[in-house]
Design a binder for this molecule. Sequence first.
Ligand SMILES: [Zn+2]
Length: 257
Amino acid sequence: MTYRETLKSVDTEKALALLGIEFESQGGYAKFACPQLDCEGKAAIKEYGDKKNLFYCPKCKSSGHIISLVMRTKGIDWNAANDLLLKAHNNPAKMITEELNVTYELFYNDFIKARGIEEEMCRMLEIGVPKGKTMLAGSVAFAVRDAKGMKVAYYGIKMKDGKPVFHSSFNPELYLYNFCNIDFSESVYFTTDIFRCVLNIGNGKQCVCNFGLPYLSEAQLDLLHQVEHIIFLVEEPLVKTLAIQMAENKMNYFRFE
Ligand SMILES: [Zn+2]
């Protein structure tokens, strides 16, 4: 694998964790203590896109990439650093090709109601709290369909802390929630918040969601390429990230609301 391919394929957060480097993820960047010995600044490494896995410290102006960071941290040479990264990089789950043969018995409750989502909508989209012992117990589960409408997984949001939960066979980067129900010639709303997405659908809007990721993955950008008019409903820190991604990928008309 060439060095560029390594930079592209390595999961930034996993690599930093592998190196024991503490970081804080923020709008598509991971911030960590600058590796220069005499610098107390914070370096920022990009987690996706063209400059993925390149870092820069605004304080001492030093820069580098994930491979040089491994060399420096572990005291190993280029090839060893490259191998270490590739070995540690688990291939994320691929696109699911067979329909999910599990159907949860789902219940509507006050937690869902408090988010303004009606029971009727939950029945239609297969949303609710699963009964019995499942991985998604204690979560609100959402049936996920691929672009053709085939059910591929359940995605859950824990009611206790709002954290996502799903099986490792499901890679959220490969899907957009509710994309199978979209009419491309009409405006499509986008949100990272799946509850907000369902609320919008209930209000008669076309809406999709990227499962809370702080960026759009390549597969998600591909899906959105088919949409003529996209309206982003996202929090302030994400506006810049998404605007850059949309411009870099020559997307169709979009605006933020
Ligand atoms: Zn620095």
